[in-house]
Ligand binder design. Structure first.
Ligand code: C2O
Ligand code: CU
Length: 468
């Protein structure tokens, strides 16, 4: 019920991304270029993007490297990277490398881990990604507006040995609230929305453009990297006529498995890598549908088979298991155990009350904004200790909860053990869910734990965990 209410506000049924959009061939998800010294340079600046096709004006956006989404940052597992970010916006920014287990000083949280990058300033992020997989980058300053105006890009950390597939494909999905002139609607940080499902938009783009079809070839095996870069929209993708196999979640390989009910859930900030065998008929088209919200399903795109003859399966009998990343296994017997209670929101006894305090809280505390200096940690762990956290969602809303600096293993949901060796950095909690996660607190520093519905984060659903 709460769901319907939130939707009435925002979903005018994808007013622009409806049927009949021509496929606009354009350069999408270009790789980031390294300079002579090997540094990757990314400029953050206002720009324009053709989000909804040639029949509509271009949209004024904020962009990394001039494109929406930003250039794909391709790194190699275990090899040092230097990424120089230059801020040409009129406001401060930072970059958070979501899901990458990096040193605290490179985590991009304003005040807490670094000073913001001032207009005209630069900051050099240096880290060595320990894990191969699909990650992403986005601002952690004025996050609601900066992400909502287009600042997001994928990070692909390549395995040391190539994975046997025919094609590696990225779909970075973004959700926009556009006006009828295809401009980004004002009203970021609406208090009513913040206490409900957040700023859900009316146009979903795939690699920066509404998509009517994505070309595929019969017989090929594709590794499809799905990234939900939306502010608030939860997605659940179905591939008509196909049987995707999930091989990694939030960058971390899992036991290959077919999604429950054929539906791949993707909360904001979550990634899923699937192996997709293109077993359809040459010349045919198959819908890819997002049906997360009851009564509001829509077609994200179509898999469009070309007329070429079926590719001979070269790799079909290869195992789908990706090489595991070097994650420390938590010791459940000796782990310290803590509970974090998520509270507030509409129909959940708004924490600040209707009187105007922040609507959300974790363990009774509301940290608001994007991170700041001097935030007292809710919990402090000794470095190297195993930790079990029980997250209890005492609200009427969904929350994709993200922990910085660590990947965690999901132990159980509502008392039921979680299958498939699932590691994550963001876990989607349904209303009233209780989820247990475990990890080794091996990365020293102050780390954010927050909801990745940006309106929820900035309105109090955020806290800090310290690894001392
Ligand atoms: Cu992707 Cu603190 O977030
Ligand atoms: Cu939330």
């Amino acid at each position: 019920m709460s769901r319907e209410f939130s939707f009435a506000v925002s979903r005018r049924s994808l007013l622009l991304a409806g049927a009949g959009l021509a496929l606009t061939p354009q350069l999408r998800s270009r790789p980031a270029r390294a300079d002579a010294s090997g540094d990757i340079r990314i400029t953050v600046a206002p720009g324009r993007a053709g989000l909804v096709g040639p029949d509509h004006p271009q949209t004024e956006v904020w962009a990394y490297g001039g494109t929406v989404p930003g250039p794909v940052v391709r790194l190699r597992q275990g090899e040092p990277a230097r990424i120089v970010v230059e801020n040409r916006l009129d406001e401060d920014t930072t970059v958070h490398w979501h899901g990458i287990r990096l040193p605290n000083a490179m985590d991009g949280v304003p005040g807490l881990t670094q000073p913001t990058i001032k207009p005209g300033g630069t900051f050099t992020y240096e880290f060595t990604p320990p894990d191969a997989g699909t990650f992403w980058y986005h601002p952690h300053a004025d996050s609601l507006q900066q992400l909502g105006r287009g600042l997001a890009g994928a990070v692909i950390v390549e395995e040391r040995t190539p994975v046997p597939i025919d094609r590696d494909v990225l779909w970075l999905l973004s959700d926009w609230r556009l006006t009828s002139k295809a401009q980004i609607a004002a009203g970021f940080g609406n208090a009513m929305e913040a206490a409900m499902s957040g700023r859900i938009g009316n146009v979903v783009t795939l690699n920066g453009a509404a998509s009517s079809e994505e070309p595929v070839r019969a017989g090929e095996r594709v590794r499809l990297r799905l990234v939900n870069g939306a502010l608030a929209r939860i997605m659940a993708l179905r591939f008509e006529g196909h049987r995707p196999v999930i091989v990694a979640i939030d960058g971390q390989p899992c036991e290959p498995h077919e999604p429950e009910g054929g539906r791949i859930p993707l909360g904001p900030a979550m990634r899923v890598d699937v192996v997709l065998d293109m077993q359809g008929e040459p010349g045919r088209r198959y819908a890819v549908v997002d049906d997360f919200y009851d009564g509001h399903s829509y077609e994200l795109t179509k898999l469009a088979y070309g007329g070429e003859p079926r590719l001979q399966p070269r790799v079909l009998d290869a195992a789908l298991d990706l090489p595991r990343n070097p994650l420390p296994e938590p010791d459940l017997a000796s782990a310290e155990r803590h509970e974090l209670l998520l509270e507030g929101g509409m129909m959940g006894g708004m924490k600040g009350g209707m009187g105007g305090g922040p609507p959300w809280a974790i363990n009774g505390m509301s940290m608001t904004g994007d991170g700041q200096a001097g935030m007292a940690p809710a919990l402090t762990f000794q470095r190297g200790h195993s930790v079990v956290l029980r997250l209890r969602n005492d609200t009427a809303w969904w929350h994709p909860m993200h922990l910085h600096g660590h990947s965690f293993r999901v132990l159980s949901g509502n008392g039921v053990p979680a299958p498939h060796r699932r590691w994550r950095d963001t876990v989607l909690m349904a209303p009233k869910d209780t989820i247990e996660i475990a990890f080794v607190a091996d990365n020293p520093g102050d780390w954010m734990l927050h909801c990745h519905v940006m309106d929820h984060q900035v309105a109090g659903m955020m806290t800090v965990l310290r690894v001392a």
